[in-house]
Design a binder for this molecule. Structure first.
Ligand SMILES: [Zn+2]
Length: 69
């Protein structure tokens, strides 16, 4: 099932732009998020996010399988 993914326009302290799902407790404010699209896997979502921000990473809370530290 496809899910909608978003990337945070604001980088974390380490430079990562986190990719989120809507249900996330850390979901960015409307002005700080960019809609990426609906994807079957978080890998596709992170790949899409990297077109905008080279340093994109899955959120540790909602996209844990695609989070790398
Ligand atoms: Zn998240």
């Amino acid at each position: 099932m496809k899910k909608s993914y978003y990337v945070n326009k604001v980088a974390q302290y380490n430079g990562d732009h986190e990719v989120h799902l809507e249900a996330c407790p850390k979901f960015p404010k409307p002005e700080n998020r960019l809609y990426l699209g609906a994807f079957d896997t978080c890998l596709e979502a992170v790949r899409e996010a990297k077109k905008f921000y080279t340093q994109s990473n899955g959120c540790i809370h909602c996209v844990q399988p695609c989070h790398t530290s």
